[in-house]
Write a protein that binds this ligand. Structure first.
Ligand code: FES
Length: 135
């Protein structure tokens, strides 16, 4: 069985700043999601990076948020993303991630927004860095 080599960007469509009262389609998360999809089309990524929308990544206090995920790779959750500034940064990071073996990329090669606003790096299922922690 072959592994899925696609890198997925799961972007929160429902992110909004505190107090935002506009319609759902105007939420910053919705706008960021659309901008991301449009940009992946114009950059012609040949399916290497695919954008999927999700409703909440539980990082609601740091809108907008997205997760970069690949099979058998560490996953990154990134916050504080702005549609006007970070669409290409996130795609650039996803491409860097796609080229990595395990999802761990060199810190200095990551776009600044990823270096400064990564919320979590989550190991892939079954990953073992060391012994199981005993109580
Ligand atoms: S609403 Fe976007 S992370 Fe919760």
């Amino acid at each position: 069985m072959t592994q899925d080599a696609t890198t997925y960007i799961y972007v929160c469509r429902t992110c909004r700043p505190e107090g935002f009262a506009g319609p759902d389609e105007d939420r910053p998360g919705a706008r960021f999601s659309h901008a991301l999809v449009e940009r992946t089309r114009t950059r012609m990524l040949n399916g290497r990076v695919v954008v999927k929308g999700v409703d909440c990544l539980s990082v609601c206090k740091r809108p907008c948020t997205a997760a970069v995920v690949g099979t058998a790779k560490f996953a990154y959750v990134i916050g504080d993303l702005e549609a006007s500034e970070h669409v290409d940064d996130l795609i650039d990071f996803a491409l860097l991630y796609a080229d990595s073996e395990d999802g761990i990329t060199k810190w200095r090669d990551r776009p600044e927004v990823v270096r400064k606003h990564t919320v979590a790096r989550v190991p892939p299922f079954g990953h073992m860095l060391g012994p199981v922690v005993e109580p």
